[in-house]
Write a protein that binds this ligand. Structure first.
Ligand code: LMR
Length: 413
């Protein structure tokens, strides 16, 4: 019984309190920028933070095909019973086909796919799977890489190391240093690669560089773990997957973490997949059991809706064509915004070269500004980038580009 005068449920002063030992954490490097942007009351603020596609009006639209598939799905749904840890089988098959193209058919017996909670879930589940197979495995990530890569895959307990990737002088890939490092890795080392639209740099490997990476991976016996979060938003669905397909053709084993957040505009629905290529059908079958067990232990099963919608879009020729067209328009818009930004910056600073902005692919590029200048950009000009200088080019519009370019140019040395 609680002592006289003390409310039930109120801890005694002397009791150790579980959460008193926790200190507040700093804001997330990406989501924290969204929160700061929302707090800013300036009417002409510009959000170049979180990686979401935006149209000219600044909205993040639901593609027409997705919207239509949702209506059809809801109208025809007769049950909401469990789907199981692997999720939607049709989605798993179609999403692997989308990523692997014609190769998917021949590789099929060696593939095990599982629907995941977004691309993040795929990355984490992939790391857990690697750890189940080899707790001593080391995952190598690019320098720099997406701010959540290391927390996500590192939370599995696996060791992480870095390989050189971006050259801030050329604003392209430092391929000589990257390949030199990869060529020194021991057999079995896991290399996390981004298939296209490199986050945060926008600098992608060229097709011949992908071939060289495949040579090294094959020669050294490395395990590629490919993050495919922006298929279709760099150039087109086929070219953006060209590098990973070249790898899949040659390697015995590979992991592919797929996100449908950006290309299907399904961000909050958390749709993704982990596609694993095993060295044999028997290996893939064993992988499938581990995928299911890992999911079951972490979150049991993925949510149904988003994956069912994606399966519907990909399986219906009319919806698929509409989605491909809309996705193409998104990529074209991003690439035209790159030109617009580069031209506007060049108009402000004709002494500087901004052609790298046009060479980059996808939503991101890094502004060549130190952290203090980026803080000024945010505080004085209300233009929000990440603290490493990453901007989401899709947040630019014809209405704000001159203001953004003026502000950035005023901070360049
Ligand atoms: C980003 O990089 O901004 C997106 O992938 C969103 C996220 O979850 O970080």
């Amino acid at each position: 019984m609680a002592p006289c005068g003390m409310m039930r449920g109120q801890p005694r002063e002397t009791e150790p309190r579980m959460f008193d030992s926790l200190e507040s954490l700093p804001p997330d490097p990406i989501l924290g920028v969204t929160a700061a942007f929302r707090r800013d009351e300036f009417p002409h603020k510009v959000d170049l933070g979180v990686g979401v596609y935006r149209d000219q009006a600044g909205n993040t639209p639901v593609p027409t095909a997705v919207h239509e598939a949702e209506q059809l799905l809801i109208a025809g749904q007769s049950t909401k019973t469990y789907v199981g840890p692997h999720g939607n089988a049709e989605f798993n098959e179609r999403i692997a086909e989308l990523a692997l193209g014609p190769l998917a058919r021949s590789l099929r017996p060696r593939i095990s796919s599982i629907q995941t909670v977004g691309g993040c879930g795929a990355l984490r589940l992939g790391a857990e799977l690697i750890r189940a197979a080899d707790a001593e495995a080391v995952i190598h990530v690019s320098t720099p890489t997406w701010a959540n890569h290391e927390p996500l895959v590192g939370s599995s307990g696996l060791e992480l190391q870095r390989y050189p990737y971006y050259d801030p002088t050329t604003r392209g890939v430092d391929f000589a240093r990257m390949s030199e490092r990869l060529a020194q890795l021991p057999a079995g080392a896991v290399v996390l690669l981004q298939a296209c639209c490199h986050n945060p740099t926008g600098a992608d490997l060229a097709p011949d560089q992908w071939r060289s990476v495949a040579d090294i991976v094959e020669r050294r016996g490395l395990l590629p773990f490919v993050d495919l979060a922006y298929q279709g938003l760099g150039s087109d669905l086929e070219s953006d997957a060209g590098g990973l397909r070249g790898l899949a053709e040659r390697v015995p084993e590979m992991l592919l973490a797929i996100s449908c957040s950006k290309n299907f505009g399904m961000y909050r629905e958390r749709v993704g997949a982990l596609v694993v290529l095993g060295s044999s059908p028997a290996a893939a079958a064993a992988v499938a059991t581990h995928q299911a067990r890992t999911a079951r232990r972490m979150y049991s099963m993925p949510p149904d809706h988003g994956a069912a919608v994606v399966a519907r879009v990909l399986g219906d020729p009319r919806l698929r064509a509409s989605w491909v067209e809309e996705l193409g328009a998104m990529a074209a818009r991003i690439n035209s915004l790159r030109e617009l930004l580069a031209n506007s910056l060049a108009a402000c600073r004709p002494d500087r070269d901004f052609s790298w902005i046009v060479r980059h692919r996808g939503m991101f590029s890094l502004l060549p500004l130190p952290e203090a200048a980026l803080a000024t950009l945010r505080e004085r000009h209300h233009v929000y980038s990440l603290s490493d200088g990453r901007i989401n080019v899709a947040g630019i519009s014809v209405d704000n580009v001159e203001r953004v370019a003026d502000a950035v140019a005023s901070l360049l040395h």
